[in-house]
Design a protein around this ligand. Structure first.
Ligand SMILES: [Zn+2]
Length: 172
């Protein structure tokens, strides 16, 4: 089906994968995963405002498997795309890397929808259907009980079949 382009808008989702060292032949699977996960997490309209960079790194994360940068890194207010970076531990099995990407994309969508923010050493959260000021969570609040983490872990398990499919396709 042909898609009509609005004049002056050429937005589309841009995905790139960066890695230092190690085997890099699964990058295409990661890129495809980002596209497919965003398609189920949010509409194309929002997904097309993103530029997502996945960085596969060895040591930066300590015991964490992955991390999404909380701020829109684009320097220019007129930038077409909101640039988000996801850092993933490089030497995890591919299916696990894809699950980490799912988890971090959920956070990116939460932030993009204005449901999650981090400022002045605290998190601010809007539950689904919440009206009024967002709920403040101290930085020291329990990781496992933070509702945005509960949602991100649920996304991981809800879409594990997509990670499985991409990692299986890669293994062929
Ligand atoms: Zn998380």
């Amino acid at each position: 089906m042909a898609r009509r382009k609005k004049k002056g808008t050429h937005r589309r989702l841009i995905v790139s994968v960066q890695q230092r060292g190690g085997s890099q032949d699964h990058h295409e699977a990661i890129e495809q995963h980002v596209h497919d996960i965003l398609a189920v997490l949010c509409g194309a309209r929002l997904a097309n405002t993103f530029r997502i960079t996945v960085k596969l790194r060895v040591t930066t994360l300590g015991t964490d498997y992955g991390r999404a940068h909380w701020r829109d890194r684009s320097r220019s207010a007129t930038a077409r795309s909101k640039h988000h970076t996801i850092t993933v531990k490089r030497d995890l099995p591919i299916q696990q890397q894809l699950s980490v990407v799912t988890h971090e994309l959920k956070h990116i969508v939460q932030m993009a929808k204005g449901r999650l923010a981090f400022r002045r050493d605290a998190y601010y959260w809007r539950p689904v259907g919440h009206v009024g000021p967002s709920v403040r969570y101290d930085r020291t609040s329990c990781y496992w009980h933070r509702p945005w983490e509960v949602e991100a872990r649920k996304a991981e398990s809800d879409y594990r079949h997509i990670a499985r499919r991409h990692s299986a396709a890669f293994a062929k």
